[in-house]
Design a protein around this ligand. Structure first.
Ligand code: C2O
Length: 551
């Protein structure tokens, strides 16, 4: 591989959307941020220089960071933030991965404007396991607030109420013609008839799973979270925040019209307020006869919106999620751990507000504020980074008593819920090097049956099982798929159900795991694994780089 150098200058920029101008924090004045492109085996070196008053830190979402945990980026987990006029160089090698990933800021809600694609091509002379597409196009979904997003989350943390919902979704930063004043801010994908396009889709929205569809076109899913999957055809995809999905789009050889809407809208099963608007982009055929060309704005407005599943289509989502399978062939084997050293059962969900009598409800803020937890523990971020504290063997920053089962057992799917117990702390699970882990995550249905996209840093995991209702440790493991389960880094814990994952803890360091809904992350739905060094030199976390920021 080669070394690819990037420079991220963090600067303010005025951006107008939905008829309003606001000042946002950007990378190099771009919104969305620049593409980072590399090949499998390359080293990527990104120098970040912070010219703004906000603290920043960057995460390379889905990169395994083998022995480079110092470059992973979540603030107060692997590093202290990069403060005003400071800089930090992220330096990592892409080992055994190729596909679509992304990068984003990993502190507070800064990722609302600091995000971009991270595209990894296969090594030279290595092909895709499908015919080479005519063209490849990143499609990155985002969420836009007219207000300052730091003010939105800070207000929620102070008042204890849910944050204001976004004003629009965006495709590559553009809201599209269904929103006020946004016809000119529409993503247009120009295509030729009879060709195959690869859409590299990324959900960078903060708080919503999204359905996506293109009118009169179907798609073939070929990759998820930078791992190839057995191809399958679908009219609609579901993508959670944090996930990436590559699809092949075959254009019609003789299209009967020139323009088609593509659209995305949320999947949401909980209660409360959410952004239920639709974002649209346009698929536009080039080189088709002028007699059917029809691109005036009024005509575009009258085009049919693709049919998307109803907002709470849990059954569509379960079906769709079940279709993902690893290739599991000689070239791309599925190394599913067949034996398990340690079993964990984690509940994931929201705590309670106000706190019921006889229960403890201590979120990251205080007892009267909303909280979210894993195994009834709502994580408090330390004021220094966990990885540094571990490396320097300093005491008092975290404890190693993260519970392997919930503190309060109950019927997780019952309504009304009877377990809103939340305690807080900065607790980690310690795993000896090469521990084979099975983790069952159970949604607790405390506030409606909300789904939670759980993301693990530093690893891919295999999704060996999922189901509705309470996980049954006697019956459910018999149905696990240990042959060709999908391998990914972010999975939705089904609304009112559970998911079982397996991974081999072969990467030393401190690895964050959290809900990728930014609001749940802020409320404490987060924890960390501390994976110890192995015996061999190539099984140890190296010392930190000299420019690692200080708190
Ligand atoms: Cu994409 Cu910890 O995040």
């Amino acid at each position: 591989g080669v070394t690819r150098h990037y420079k991220f200058d963090i600067r303010l920029k005025n951006v107008t959307r939905l008829c309003q101008t606001k000042t946002i924090v950007t990378v190099n004045g771009k919104f969305p941020g620049p593409r980072v492109v590399a090949r499998e085996g390359d080293r990527v070196v990104v120098k970040v220089v912070n010219h703004v008053s906000n603290n920043v830190s960057f995460h390379w979402h889905g990169i395994r960071q083998i022995q480079s945990g110092w470059a992973d980026g979540p603030a107060y987990i692997t590093q202290c933030p990069i403060q005003t006029s400071q800089s930090y160089v992220y330096n990592f090698t892409i080992t055994g991965q190729r596909g679509t990933l992304w990068w984003h800021a990993h502190i507070s809600w800064m990722r609302a404007t600091l995000y971009g694609p991270l595209i990894i091509y296969p090594q030279h002379n290595t092909s895709y396991p499908f015919a080479k597409p005519h063209k490849e196009v990143p499609i990155i979904f985002g969420e836009w607030w007219n207000a300052n997003t730091e003010a939105v989350i800070n207000q929620s943390l102070v008042t204890g109420a849910g944050p204001n919902v976004s004003d629009s979704y965006t495709i590559n930063g553009l809201p599209g013609p269904l929103y006020n004043c946004s016809a000119k801010d529409t993503f247009k994908l120009k295509v030729k008839p009879g060709k195959t396009y690869m859409l590299r889709m990324i959900n960078a929205a903060l708080n919503d799973d999204l359905f996506f569809s293109i009118a009169n076109h179907s798609m073939t899913v070929v990759e998820a979270d930078a791992v190839y999957v057995k191809p399958f055809e679908t009219d609609t995809i579901l993508i959670t925040p944090g996930q990436t999905t590559n699809v092949l789009l075959k254009t019609h050889p003789n299209p009967q019209q020139t323009t088609f809407f593509m659209a995305a809208r949320p999947y949401f099963t909980g209660q409360g307020t959410f952004d239920n608007s639709t974002i649209a982009g346009i698929l536009m055929y080039d080189n088709v006869s002028a007699s059917i060309s029809s691109s005036s704005n009024t005509l575009i407005k009258n085009l049919p919106i693709p049919t998307l599943p109803p907002i709470n289509s849990t059954s569509f989502v379960a079906n769709f999620t079940n279709k993902f399978r690893s290739l599991a062939n000689a070239r791309f084997p599925a190394n599913v751990p067949q034996k398990v050293d340690k079993h964990f059962f984690f509940t994931v969900g929201l705590g309670s507000n106000p706190c019921p009598k006889n229960q403890t409800c201590q979120g990251p803020n205080n007892s009267s504020k909303f909280s979210a937890s894993v195994n009834n523990v709502s994580m408090i971020l330390p004021t220094t980074a966990l990885l540094q504290s571990y490396f320097k063997k300093s005491n008092g920053v975290y404890t190693t008593d993260f519970p392997s089962v919930p503190l309060v057992p109950f019927n997780y799917t019952g309504t009304p819920p009877n377990n809103t117990h939340v305690s807080n702390g900065t607790k980690v699970v310690v795993l000896p090097f090469n521990t084979s882990v099975e983790l069952v995550m159970q949604g607790t249905s405390i506030l409606g049956a909300e789904s939670h996209p759980l993301h693990l840093h530093g690893y891919n995991f295999y999704v060996v099982g999922q189901g509705f209702g309470n996980f049954d440790p006697k019956k459910d493991p018999a149905n696990y798929n240990l042959v060709d389960p999908v391998e990914r880094n972010t999975i939705g814990v089904p609304s009112g159900g559970w998911v079982a994952i397996r991974f081999l803890a072969d990467n030393p360091g401190v690895w964050f795991m959290h809900c990728h809904f930014e609001v749940h992350l802020s409320w404490g739905l987060r924890m960390a694994w501390l994976v110890l060094d192995g015996e061999l030199p190539n099984q140890k976390l190296p010392p930190p780089p000299a420019d690692l920021p200080k708190c």
